[in-house]
Design a protein around this ligand. Sequence first.
Ligand code: IPM
Ligand code: MN
Length: 357
Amino acid sequence: MKNYKIVLLSGDGIGPEISEVSIRILQKLAIRFDFKFTINKELFGGIAIDNCGVPAPEKTIQACKESDAVLLACVGDNKYDSLDRSIRPETGLLKLRSELNLFANIRPVKIRKSLISSSSLKEEIVKDVDLIVVRELTGGIYFGEPRGIIKANDEEKGFNTMSYKSSEVKRITEVAIDIAKGRSKKICSVDKANVLEVSQLWRDNVKEIIMKHPEIQLSNMYVDNAAMQLIKDPKQFDVILTNNLFGDILSDLSAMLTGSIGMLPSASLTLKGPGVFEPVHGSAPDIAGQNIANPIAMALSTAMMLRIAFNEIKAADLIESAIDKVLSEGFRTADLRDNTSKLISCSEMGQRIIEEI
Ligand code: IPM
Ligand code: MN
């Protein structure tokens, strides 16, 4: 029997609550299917700072590297904002991405039928939205050097560098092509080539690679326009290919098409080695420990792990259909609540999903 080695980083804020739901989902699946899991919990984020002084301890990184897949909930809390940048929770996340070479971040944005009315946009705009943001994750302005805050004449000056090598653009483009081939074969590459040289290089390299795949239809869009088009007519998009910073912003924007950022899963992948599967949302410290968080993005990330890392398609499908069933019965966590829905807690949402599995 297959035994998958999973490292669980439940992190901070609502992380432990939503992780608990995913663990129980996995346990239920292991009873129903012919596989086992070994879940190894490691410290990461604020909790690691509290215990070891750093957000991504060497032991955690090593365990992740030796795993079959990493499930990550979320990290961060305002209480770490005053720490030196080098040891903040977010820096730990960037270190994990970089150490595991997770250059490809896949963020599917799919509106679930029973949630159409939860979106802040009109039903006819969001109905049938089904797009994927393919975000470059280990380059661009997040990692570019030089960076810093220096004294310049009589004042301070802060600066960052947005840079890409053509090899980095090409490999993320290949990932987008692979995904597009399994879908409608349309890629929209988002950049700011009217102003930034780095975007010109992005655009040229994307074009060069996609030209080798005549079945793929490529369009280019400036990021400001893309933000507008995502609100105006999101259905025009299928695969959105973009850099680290633009992908960060556009994926939060796209999340709201689905009604709540509490619904969006993601996968961060490399060519060879374990991927990290995590919800797009943050740690929501304001509601932590109250059992009111939405565990669905984490559960959908668990489904992505089963599908992509383990090729356990049936088990992944089962999580998704169980979620749809519970939502279709009108049950909602607080973030999704409307006048007609039945408000339930995080753990009860988990329980109901598990009962449908
Ligand atoms: C995300 C998050 C991270 C990012 C932060 C927490 C560093 O917003 O995964 O989208 O900016 O990449
Ligand atoms: Mn983000």
